[in-house]
Design a protein around this ligand. Structure first.
Ligand SMILES: [Zn+2]
Length: 548
């Protein structure tokens, strides 16, 4: 699809050569966005003109939010719906009055508040008086499924441009929307279509009967390239829940915060014995930590602890590693940029209950280290932006960072594979019907099955990585009687609809497969009653079982 460029307003001549902001908006030309499959798209207008608090009249902004029936915040102001395709006071200002919100008169602010109160009634009248027209293509563009992806892409480009050109966000927007600009992006129209088919189908989320929760997901390859995202289900995409909204991630944090660093530091191996017992108040109802099903199994292997998503073992591992160390691993090796210093507690590191949370884009990026031999890539929504003369304005040429040694990454891969492939694994809902290997982990935030607020599944195939979140926009709203398998089922639908060519992950040559005794975690002898295959670095095999 080669879309026509959008002419929104007239650009100052000076804008084409430098990074100086115009006093009033003029011609903004949508850059040509080249997707991974060679198709060319245009940026939707709703990606334009987000406001920051230093450029608005706070009192007027509060009036608009109140009129729209929402509590005031800058994010809320940027999400207020003014018309069928127009979200955010910044865009509404340009569309209706042909000027930046900072230059609106008091009267014009009041008009925006009226529109926000009843868009159906007032928006059409205002549109008729608009100073700058928006092409029908552009109006449509803000409704196309790529909107959420392009929102994230634009945000990433503008942030990078602001740093590279040492300019303001407004100037960076103007530079991006200069004539002749081309954006190269890993966006996959085919994967997005597939994701949208799942998210726009109410049956995908129909397990829930009393309260219909929201959902979001991000899909990447194993090199940081974001292929598609879903910002919400059933067309509810007023918020970009995959990129701009942060979520607690429950037990899906465990492989990143404790198991990977503990494997890397040789505190545990694939099958070493760990204690599944409370640290405090054993035998009492308030025993700590609580396992999700209330069952404590005593001495168990690491693989069993992970695939049963035990809470006791991660808390012990946080104690062994140190909370500061675990938090540093999440920030430095797994690329989480939104964790706070308060997230060094066992509650955050063992249960994934964060102060602010993380985005699905960053969660997906973090899990790629288990699929690609331990290399971390930041989530990438674009690779290069060039101007009309082919000069590079900004680019993302992330060559990756070794977050885990390749052999350790393979041991983690096999641990996560057992979560799905073993019959006592907690994440069997994500098994693919064609038998392709799947690695992954579930996550739940809440206090037991009756008060869960967030549910997740993060999983990898040999080609893709995807994180699926289910919950509510209100942080403490409780998911009512939700099938715990739902995120895994949504993930499975996405993967079964994707074009997949590779069925198995590539083993690491420095890792040896060997049978271990499930009782002692040691190398199995002929007399051991139950055995499984374990994965160990060369020279680090356990001793032979001495109990059988
Ligand atoms: Zn044995």
């Amino acid at each position: 699809m080669i879309a026509k460029r959008i002419l929104l307003c007239v650009l100052f001549a000076g804008m084409l050569t430098g990074c100086r902001g115009p006093a009033e908006p003029h011609v903004y030309v949508s850059p040509a966005v080249q997707a991974a499959d060679g198709t060319v798209h245009e940026l939707p207008v709703s990606a334009l003109y987000p406001l920051s608090e230093d450029t608005i009249n706070i009192e007027s902004a509060k009036e608009i939010c109140a009129a729209a029936g929402t509590a005031y915040s800058i994010d809320a102001l940027n999400a207020v719906r003014f018309g069928e395709n127009i979200f955010g006071a910044g865009l509404a200002s340009v569309v209706y009055f042909g000027k930046y919100a900072a230059n609106l008169t008091a009267e014009e602010w009041k008009m925006l508040a009226s529109v926000a109160a009843d868009p159906a009634k007032y928006a059409p009248a205002l549109t008729g008086n608009a100073v700058s027209g928006i092409s029908p293509q552009a109006q449509y563009a803000s409704r196309i499924p790529e909107t959420a992806y392009f929102d994230a892409m634009t945000e990433q480009i503008v942030t990078d441009l602001t740093a590279a050109k040492k300019c303001t966000r407004e100037e960076a927007f103007a530079l991006l929307y200069s004539e002749g600009v081309t954006v190269e992006t890993p966006f996959s129209p085919a994967m997005q279509k597939n994701v949208d088919a799942v998210y726009d189908n109410p049956a995908s989320f129909a397990k829930e009967t009393k309260s219909f929760p929201q959902s979001a997901c991000a899909v990447t390859d194993h090199a940081g390239n974001v292929l598609a995202i879903a910002a919400g289900n059933q067309g509810n995409k007023a918020y970009n829940r995959a990129y701009r909204t942060l979520h607690s991630i429950g037990s899906s944090v465990k492989p990143l915060s404790v198991y990977a660093p503990a494997i890397a530091k040789r505190i545990i191996s694939f099958s070493s014995i760990v204690e599944d017992a409370p640290l405090e108040n054993a035998g009492r109802p308030d025993a700590y930590p609580q396992n999700y099903n209330g069952v404590y199994d005593g001495n168990i292997t690491v693989t069993y602890a992970l695939r049963q998503s035990k809470n006791t073992v991660p808390v012990r591992l946080v104690n062994a590693l140190g909370g500061t160390e675990c938090l540093a691993f999440l920030r430095q090796n797994c690329g989480f940029t939104t964790l706070t210093d308060q997230d060094s507690t066992a509650s955050a590191l063992a249960y994934g209950k964060f102060e602010e949370g993380v985005s699905m884009a960053e969660l997906t990026a973090a899990y790629q280290i288990f699929g690609n031999g331990g290399t971390y890539y930041a989530p990438r929504f674009y690779t290069r932006v060039t101007d009309r003369d082919g000069n590079v304005l900004t680019e993302r040429t992330d060559s990756g960072k070794q977050a885990l040694e390749p052999a350790d990454a393979w041991v983690m891969n096999r641990l996560l594979y057992y979560n799905i492939s073993k019959d006592d694994g907690i994440a069997q809902a994500a098994r693919l019907d064609d038998g392709s290997e799947v690695c992954g982990k579930t996550g739940t935030v809440g206090n037991g099955i009756s008060s869960d607020t967030d549910r997740l599944f993060v999983g990898l195939t040999p080609e893709y990585c995807a994180a699926v979140w289910i919950g509510f926009d209100a942080k403490n709203a409780v998911i009512d009687k939700l099938e715990y398998k739902l995120p895994g089922e949504v993930w499975k639908q996405i993967m079964e609809g994707a074009e997949r060519k590779t069925m198995t992950f590539t083993p690491n040559p420095d890792v040896i497969e060997a049978e271990f005794c499930t009782e002692t975690g040691m190398l199995a002898s002929a007399d051991c009653p139950k055995k499984e295959t374990g994965y160990y670095r060369e020279g680090e095999l356990p001793k032979s079982c001495n109990a059988h």
